[in-house]
Write a protein that binds this ligand. Sequence first.
Ligand code: FAD
Length: 567
Amino acid sequence: MQIIKEDVLILGGGMAGLRAAVAAAEYNKNISVGLVSKLYPLRSHSVSAEGGTSAVLSPKDNFDLHSYDTIKGSDYLADQDAVEKFVRLVPEQIYTTDHWGCPWSRNPDGTISQRDFGGLSYPRATFAADKTGFHVMQTLFSRALKYDNIHIYNEYFATSLIVENNSFNAITTINLKNSEYTVFQGKSLIFAAGGAGRLYQFSTYAHSVSGDGDAIAYRAGLPLKDLEFIQFHPTGLVPSGILITEAARSEGGYLLNNEGKRFMEKYAATKLEKAPRDIVSRAIMWEIEAGRGVKGKYGDTVYVNLDLRHMADILEEKLPMITDIAKRFNGIDPAEELIPVRPATHYTMGGIHVNNDTETPVQGIYGAGENVCISIHGANRLGSNSTNECLAFGNLAGVKAAEYAMSHSMPSLNNDKAKAEETRLWDDLMKRDGGENVAKIREDLRISMDANVGVFRTEDGINNGIRNIKALQERFKKITIGDKSKVFNLELEWALEVGFMLDLAEVIAKGAVLRKESRGGHYRKDYPERDDANFLKHTMATYSTEGPKFTYIPVTITKWKPAPRVY
Ligand SMILES: Cc1cc2nc3c(=O)[nH]c(=O)nc-3n(C[C@H](O)[C@H](O)[C@H](O)COP(=O)(O)OP(=O)(O)OC[C@H]3O[C@@H](n4cnc5c(N)ncnc54)[C@H](O)[C@@H]3O)c2cc1C
């Protein structure tokens, strides 16, 4: 067992993790910051963020408007004090990254450009063409490399969290390069391990986004909040699921059914294609269910079309990446042809429960980014409200974790727990020999989640999904990891990920069956109305050996009373 000690540990090298690392390193140059990531940071999913990041930069816009849009978008499940804090923290982050060299797109007068996005009442999405994540990540990574006190541990896969007396103790990892079991001790820890989009088959997410951070925290006793709320992005490219950014519609793109007609007027009379994602995703699914979907050259997959042909003159300047994606992956030139799209899993609104200061209920453990639920997105995140969250709360978490590290000493390692995890990995997982294939279990899980806990949900469907998860958990006990090598044993990594995914799938499905209402991304055909009397509350799931235990906590309302959500 190798042991590495750092004052502040950060799990995850995406936008939230890198921002936190820089903040902690800047807070005090005598603090050592260890950033642990299963991927080289620039391969994190954040790099693929496309359309933009919302910030109040113009005198014509204001914090109340950004708050209101976010809260209405969340179907009133967001904590309004958290949202009010969030919108105030964001603008500084845009200017800071600008000063660090992020090439934000600009207006002819030199000011930072902003564009419209779904559910916004002022066009406040700041962008770097349609490669926002790529440019922000390059900026943060270059910045992180400047600090001698940031140590980046690439390709270390975290397997568990050790908590002792309700305080952070250590994280256990496998060094993927040689399979060495490595324990990271620290005074404080920041969870920044991203979302869980790949629990589903048709997804805009990188395959690495398997919810490890959520599951690791959950198994160690930290509560997960609102995990049943999964976002489906309306325009996943058929058949790959690669994202066609919302900016394509906010810049003027139309959705067409198989009659060649625009249909959004029926579902969102004012905002049309620029309505929030949950509403547009359902509209597409209703059209498909009514037989107005398109069936073309992509097998049995039914879809609708995205029409950008009338915008040919702006594609190269404003939407170069999706233009390239359509050409390369589908052989389609969006200036002349329609793009086939359907809803794809795109965001995990829930995550580890943290307060407005990014603190979890465990001393010394913080969290930021898609891994956590503050909650500012409630039941539905607005497009362009995640990358800014990573910057704003990544920064805050970095400062908080650094403050904590300054005033606490290094805890002594709980050796028994560290050894128990080592035994679980090498003597249990690696030695299982029931012949079940990890990749097949993963595929069956994803197909079942798409079918049973997707855009539309019903009691029968979700219960079917839960039965499937139970059966898959049994199969998982009988896996065989055929690859016994020590160097980049990816089959072992996938097995660990699938174990995490099965835990989370259970939390999502069981939380969804208990929530007998429709709100944001959670749409129950058998309970089509929002029910504030009974369900204006956050779901909290805590681990037990028999499965998740559920409790509920109230939603914080400041100025905006829940109202019908019409666009
Ligand atoms: C295609 C696409 C486009 C998007 N476009 C936008 C947009 O335009 N605007 C917007 O606001 N949002 C957008 N989003 C959402 C946004 O990009 C993400 O929510 C955000 O970038 C997540 O950042 P993160 O730092 O929380 O996690 P990630 O970027 O996913 O990083 C997670 C990190 O955790 C590490 N990690 C995970 N598990 C482990 C483990 N077991 N051990 C060690 N390390 C681990 C990974 O190595 C990685 O470094 C988009 C998302 C997608 C998928």
